[in-house]
Design a protein around this ligand. Structure first.
Ligand SMILES: Cc1cc2nc3c(=O)[nH]c(=O)nc-3n(C[C@H](O)[C@H](O)[C@H](O)COP(=O)(O)OP(=O)(O)OC[C@H]3O[C@@H](n4cnc5c(N)ncnc54)[C@H](O)[C@@H]3O)c2cc1C
Ligand SMILES: NC(=O)c1ccc[n+]([C@@H]2O[C@H](COP(=O)([O-])OP(=O)(O)OC[C@H]3O[C@@H](n4cnc5c(N)ncnc54)[C@H](OP(=O)(O)O)[C@@H]3O)[C@@H](O)[C@H]2O)c1
Ligand SMILES: Cc1cc2nc3c(=O)[nH]c(=O)nc-3n(C[C@H](O)[C@H](O)[C@H](O)COP(=O)(O)O)c2cc1C
Length: 733
C-alpha cells in the first residue's frame, strides 16, 4: 500500500512538535456567523509591525499578489486559495490570501506598482456583502474615506475581480460588480474581465472558463511568464508512530470539544445538542421524509431569536468514507494517526484540527460527497492505476461537455468518479475486492477537497415558547441522478438531511432501510446511507439520547416589535419553518397581553396572515395539527391560506394553484394592509421560482392598487418596502 504522503520522512520530527502545539491553539473553522467589524485604527498605526497592514506583509513576504475574499460559507475563500495556488504553479508567484476583516484599507493605494490585488467576493441577501467584507465595502463606497494619499483615489492600482453569486437571486453578483465599478471609478486598472460565478448552474465551470483569459491578461499586465512555477505540495502529511490518544482529533470540531471543556459555543466551537424529540412530519404514503427535531440548548449559554438560523454540522455517511478509504488504499491504516502541516501557511491553512486519522478526515472534516470538480480530476489523473483510467480522467478534465454529461448530471462524488475511471462497479457497496486503489498522496486530497460545511436551517420555534430548545424542520434530500451512457439513474442522498434522518430513526428506535446486508443481497448494494451518529469517542450519545453539533447564526428576519402592524408571511414547503416560530412568538405575546389586559387585549392587533403551500393536504402539510390551536390563541388575528398544488381544485386550464395565486385572490386586503396598514411582508423557501413569482404578484397588486402597473408603480412600491426593511426574504436554492 503506498504511503499517502508526498513528503519526506524527515518531516516527522517537526510534525510531532507542531502537532502538540496545534492541539492548544484556538484555531480551526472560520465562523460563518455574523462577525463584529473591528473599526479601522488610525493611519499612524498603519505602519510596519501592524498586523492589519497587508501592504507591509506583502513587502516582507515578497508577495506580488494579495487576494481578499468576501465569504460567508467558505466558497469564495476556496476560490481565493485556488487562485493563489494557480499563480504559484503558473508564474512562481506567491500570494497573501486575506480575510478582509483582518486588515485595514487606508493603504490600498500603497500597493506597489508591480503588484496586483484580487477580490473574490460573494453576495448575500439583497445584494449585500458577506459579514467579513462589510468594512471593506464601506471603505470603498464611502467617498469621504481617504486612502493614505489623502484622497478617495486608487490610480494605478491593478486589480482582478471574481464574483460569486447565484442567478436565482435578484441582486446577482451585486458585490463583485460593485467592487469592480468602485475601483474603476477610483482610477484603478482592471486586469482582464471580471469573472462571475453562478452557484445555481456551475460555479466551477464559470471559474474555469474565466480563469484562462484572466491569467493571460495578468501575465501581460504583470510582465510575468508562465512556466516559472511548479507543482509544489501545500501540505505535508506525516504518520505519527506514537501520540497520546486523548490528543488525537477523532471528529471533534474544536479543541474544547476534544478536552470536553465548556466555553462559548459558536461556529468555531459547535455545541453537541441533545435531540430531545424528533418525528416525521410527512404522513404515511408521502414519497419523501421531513424531519422535525427539537435540539436541547439548556445550560449551553446559547440563545436564539425567532427567524435565526441553526447550523448543523453533519458527518459523511459510512459508505462514502469506506469508498474513499478503499480508493485511496488506506483502509488498512484508516486509524493511523497523522499530522498535517501547511508548507505555506499564508497560502493554505490546514482546514481542520490535527493530529487526526485518515478515516476521521474523510468522515468529519472534508466534503467527500460533493460532485467532483473538473479541475481536480485533471490533477488526480497522474495517479491513475492504469492508462485507461488516466485517459478517462483526462478526457473529463478537458472535455466540458463530457464532464457535464457524466459527472455533473450523474452527480458523481470524487470516490465514484475514480471507481468509474478504474472500471469498478459503483452500484455495489465498496469493498477492497471491488475497488481499485489509487496511489494518490493524502496531501493532494486535503488540498483538493474543501472542508465539510455546516448546513443552515431556519429555526422553526420561538424562544418565548421554547427557551431551552431549537426546533428545525428539514425535508430530506433524495433525488434521481440523470442517467448517462456509463451509469443508469440512481438515488443521490443529501448529506445533512440524511444524517438528521439517521438520528431520528435511532433516537426513536425505528428500523431504517439501511445498507442491505450481504446475506440479504449478494453482492450488497447501496441503499439508504448510514452514519456514525454516535460521534467521536461516543460523545454524541448519552443515556440513549443522541446529540448533534450545532451553532446559531443571527438573522435580521424578524417580526416588527409592535403587534398592531399587520404581517403577511409566504412560506410554501419548508419555507414555513420560520413562520411557525413567528406565529409562536405572537402566541406567547398574546398570552401575556391577555393575562395583563383582559380578553380584548388583541383587539387592536394587526392581522397575521400565512400563505402556505404543499403538494397534498393529507401528505406533506407541515404542522397541520398545530395551526388551528395557534389561530384560537390569537383570537382570530391569525389567518392561513393553503395552496395544495397536487389536489383539486386546479385552475380552469388545469394548472396548479400556488401561494402566489392565493395572494392574488386576496389582493384587495393585501394592498390595503401594505399601503395603509404599513404591513411587513416575509417570504421564505425556494429562491429559484417561488420567491420571484410571489414578488411579481405583489408588484402587480401594489401597482394596480396605485392605479398603474407592476413594472412602474408596483416596482416603486416594492423598492420602498425593501428599503424600509418591510419586505424580508429568507430564501435558498
Ligand atoms: C438560509 C437558509 C435556510 C434554510 N432553511 C432550511 C429549512 O428550514 N429547511 C430545510 O429543509 N432546508 C433549509 N435550507 C437548506 C439546507 O441548508 C440544505 O441545503 C438542505 O437541507 C440540503 O442539505 P444536505 O446536506 O442534505 O444536501 P447536500 O448534500 O448539501 O446536497 C445539496 C446539493 O445537492 C444538489 N441537489 C439538490 N437537489 C438536486 C436535484 N434535484 N438534482 C441535482 N442536484 C441536486 C444541489 O447541488 C445542492 O446544493 C436552508 C438553507 C439556507 C441557506
Ligand atoms: N439545495 C437543496 O439541497 C435543497 C434541499 C431542499 C429544498 N430545497 C429547495 O427548497 C425549496 C423548498 O423545498 P420543499 O421540499 O420544502 O418544498 P416543496 O415541497 O418542493 O414545495 C412546496 C410547495 O411549493 C410548490 N411550488 C413549486 N413551484 C412553485 C412556484 N414556482 N411557486 C410557488 N409554489 C411552488 C410545490 O408544488 P409542486 O411541487 O406540486 O409543483 C409545493 O406545493 C424547494 O424549492 C427546493 O428547491 C433545496
Ligand atoms: C441566503 C443566501 C442569500 C444569497 N443571496 C444572494 C444574492 O443576493 N445575490 C447573489 O448573486 N447570490 C446570492 N447568494 C449566493 C451566494 O453568493 C453563493 O452561494 C456564493 O457561492 C456563496 O459564497 P460563500 O460560500 O463564500 O459565502 C445567496 C446565498 C444564500 C445562501
Amino acid at each position: 500500500m503506498p504511503v499517502a504522503t508526498s513528503q519526506d520522512i524527515a518531516i516527522v520530527t517537526v510534525g510531532v512538535v507542531l502537532a502538540a502545539a496545534y492541539l492548544f491553539r484556538d484555531q480551526i473553522f472560520r465562523s460563518s456567523s455574523p462577525k463584529v467589524v473591528v473599526p479601522a485604527p488610525s493611519k499612524l498605526a498603519n505602519g510596519h509591525g501592524n498586523p492589519r497592514n497587508f501592504v507591509s506583509k506583502m513587502k516582507e513576504g515578497k508577495k506580488r499578489i494579495v487576494i481578499f475574499y468576501g465569504s460567508q460559507t467558505g466558497t469564495a475563500e476556496e476560490y481565493a486559495i485556488r487562485i493563489a495556488k494557480e499563480a504559484k504553479t503558473k508564474f512562481g508567484l506567491t500570494s497573501l490570501v486575506c480575510d478582509p476583516e483582518e486588515y485595514d484599507f487606508e493603504n490600498l493605494d500603497q500597493v506597489p506598482e508591480d503588484c496586483c490585488v484580487f477580490f473574490v467576493m460573494a453576495t448575500y441577501g439583497e445584494g449585500e456583502p458577506t459579514d467579513n467584507a462589510v468594512q471593506l465595502m464601506q471603505n470603498l463606497e464611502d467617498e469621504s474615506f481617504e486612502f493614505s494619499n489623502g484622497s478617495h483615489r486608487l490610480d494605478g492600482l491593478k486589480y482582478v475581480v471574481f464574483a460569486l453569486g447565484n442567478k436565482t437571486y435578484e441582486h446577482y453578483n451585486a458585490i463583485g460588480r460593485k467592487v469592480d465599478t468602485l475601483l474603476t471609478d477610483m482610477g484603478a486598472t482592471k486586469i482582464g474581465e471580471r469573472g462571475e460565478g453562478d452557484d445555481d448552474k456551475s460555479m466551477e465551470e464559470d471559474y474555469l472558463e474565466w480563469k484562462d483569459g484572466m491569467w493571460k491578461a495578468f501575465s501581460e499586465a504583470m510582465g510575468v511568464e508562465e512556466g516559472q512555477g511548479g507543482d509544489t505540495p501545500d501540505f505535508a502529511v506525516t504518520e505519527l508512530d506514537s501520540h497520546p490518544p486523548e490528543k488525537v482529533y477523532l471528529g471533534e470540531l474544536s479543541a474544547r470539544a476534544l478536552t470536553r471543556t465548556k466555553g462559548i459555543y459558536d461556529g468555531k466551537n459547535p455545541y453537541p445538542s441533545a435531540v430531545k424529540h424528533s418525528r416525521e412530519l410527512f404522513q404515511a404514503g408521502a414519497e419523501r421524509n421531513c424531519v422535525h427535531a427539537e435540539l436541547d440548548i439548556e445550560g449551553s449559554g446559547i440563545t436564539y431569536q425567532h427567524g435565526d438560523h441553526v447550523g448543523v454540522w453533519p458527518s459523511n455517511p459510512d459508505v462514502e468514507v469506506d469508498r474513499m478509504l478503499y480508493v485511496l488504499g488506506l483502509y488498512g491504516k484508516k486509524d493511523a494517526v497523522i499530522n498535517i502541516d501547511s508548507l505555506d501557511p499564508a497560502l493554505a491553512k490546514v482546514p481542520f484540527p490535527v493530529p487526526t486519522t485518515y478515516a476521521t478526515v474523510l468522515r468529519h472534516y472534508i466534503d467527500i460527497c460533493a460532485v467532483a470538480g473538473r479541475q481536480m480530476l485533471g490533477v488526480l489523473s497522474k495517479f491513475a492505476p492504469h492508462p485507461k483510467a488516466e485517459a478517462f480522467l483526462k478526457s473529463l478534465n478537458s472535455d466540458k461537455e463530457e464532464y457535464s454529461n457524466i459527472v455533473t448530471n450523474g452527480c458523481f462524488k470524487l470516490g465514484e468518479v475514480l471507481q468509474l475511471a478504474a472500471g469498478d462497479d459503483i452500484k455495489l457497496c465498496p469493498t477492497p475486492d471491488n475497488t481499485t486503489a489509487w496511489a494518490i498522496p493524502f496531501d493532494i486530497i486535503v488540498s483538493s477537497i474543501p472542508r465539510l460545511q455546516p448546513r443552515f436551517y431556519s429555526i422553526s420555534s420561538s424562544p418565548k415558547l421554547y427557551p431551552n430548545a431549537i426546533h428545525l424542520t428539514a425535508v430530506v434530500l433524495k433525488y434521481d441522478s440523470i442517467p448517462n451512457r456509463l451509469v443508469e439513474s440512481r438515488f443521490v442522498y443529501g448529506v445533512a438531511t440524511n444524517f438528521l434522518l439517521n438520528v431520528k430513526y435511532a433516537a426513536n428506535g425505528e428500523t431504517a432501510p439501511f445498507i442491505a446486508e450481504p446475506v440479504i443481497s449478494e453482492p450488497a448494494h447501496v441503499s439508504l446511507p448510514k452514519y456514525a451518529i454516535e460521534g467521536p469517542r461516543g460523545a454524541h450519545i448519552e443515556d440513549n439520547i443522541y446529540k448533534i453539533p450545532i451553532h446559531v447564526r443571527r438573522s435580521t428576519f424578524r417580526l416588527p416589535a409592535n403587534p398592531k402592524i399587520p404581517v403577511i408571511m409566504v412560506g410554501p414547503g419548508t419555507g414555513v419553518a420560520p413562520f411557525r416560530g413567528f406565529v409562536q412568538e405572537r402566541v406567547a405575546l398574546a398570552k401575556r397581553s391577555i393575562e395583563k389586559n383582559g380578553p380584548d387585549a388583541l383587539a387592536d392587533w394587526g392581522s397575521i396572515t400565512l400563505f402556505y403551500g404543499c403538494r397534498k393536504s393529507n401528505e406533506d402539510f407541515l404542522y397541520k395539527e398545530e395551526w388551528p390551536q395557534y389561530a384560537e390563541e390569537l383570537k382570530g388575528k391569525f389567518k392561513m391560506h393553503c395552496a395544495f398544488s397536487r389536489e383539486p381544485p386546479y385552475k380552469p386550464d388545469g394548472s396548479k394553484i400556488y401561494v402566489q395565486d392565493l395572494i392574488w385572490e386576496e389582493r384587495e386586503t393585501i394592498a390595503k394592509a401594505i399601503l395603509e396598514g404599513k404591513a411587513y411582508v416575509y417570504i421564505c423557501g425556494d429562491a429559484k421560482a417561488m420567491s420571484r413569482a410571489v414578488e411579481d404578484t405583489l408588484a402587480r397588486i401594489l401597482g394596480e392598487a396605485k392605479g398603474g402597473n407592476a413594472e412602474v408603480e408596483g416596482a416603486a412600491e416594492m423598492k420602498i418596502l425593501k428599503e424600509r426593511s418591510r419586505l424580508l426574504l429568507d430564501v435558498w436554492s
